[in-house]
Design a protein around this ligand. Structure first.
Ligand code: SAH
Length: 214
């Protein structure tokens, strides 16, 4: 694994941050997190030049590391405050997890593919990112650790799982891409035990949220 963060990779990250600004990302804390985290360590080291392009990229097991703009957008929509408890569905490469950690959140993240879960748990430990990784099914969430201030789903959900709605605090926010082939970024705010408000924030394309473990 390539551990080095060089002038070159730092420079590429600065350029990526500028690109994200032109695409409409305004949250300073999100932009700072992206400027800080060496995204090239989350993908195969032979693809270094792709790490700082604003594109999704394969990470094995048929999965992808989300496009930087998507990570930035979802992170911005979550409006994270330090120490908030955040549930992430779809650990994948762990890159989005690290953005949430840099924003000061306490992150609980679930991955349904065992190999990815093991690989990413190991990587996050090596990079000194302190988070709780779970191998399990995102549809069930983590009832034992609920309620959460924020919930982020990083795979395309065919519908909004009831269990995740229940595990959100009142006043909490869930950011979830909903749809089959193309997903609409939906932001739910929990108003009471049974009421939610919902805003939509454009179309995105994610790998699907799958039902059972592999
Ligand atoms: N946040 C990730 C995005 C990875 S892609 C990153 O920054 O890299 C989405 C991930 O969701 C994949 O790793 C996929 O295996 C996982 N996934 C799909 N369905 C799931 C489910 N039901 N529960 C948990 N994870 C799931």
């Amino acid at each position: 694994m390539q551990h080095l963060d060089t002038y070159k990779t730092k420079g590429l990250r600065k350029a990526l941050v500028e690109e994200l600004k032109t695409k409409g990302i305004t949250s300073l804390s999100v932009l700072l997190a992206i400027e800080k985290i060496p995204r090239h360590l989350f993908i195969d080291s032979s693809f270094l030049e792709f790490a700082y392009q604003d594109k999704a990229f394969p990470i094995g097991e048929g999965q992808t590391i989300s496009q930087p703009f998507t990570v930035a957008k979802q992170s911005e929509l979550l409006q994270i405050k330090p120490k908030e408890k955040v549930l992430e569905i779809g650990t994948g490469s762990g890159y989005q997890t690290c953005v949430l950690l840099e924003l000061g959140a306490k992150v609980f993240t679930i991955e349904r593919q065992r190999n990815l879960y093991l690989k990413t748990k190991d990587l996050l430990t090596k990079l000194n990112y302190n988070t709780k990784c779970f191998y399990g099914d995102g549809y069930a969430g983590l009832p034992n650790f609920a309620p959460f201030d924020k919930i982020i789903v990083t795979c395309g959900a065919p519908y909004v799982p009831e269990s995740l709605k229940q595990q959100l605090k009142i006043g909490g926010i869930m950011v979830i891409p909903v749809g089959e082939n193309l997903q609409q970024m939906q932001v739910y705010t929990k108003i009471s035990d049974t009421e939610f408000s919902c805003d939509e924030h454009g179309d995105f394309r994610f790998v699907p949220m799958l039902e059972s473990r592999k």
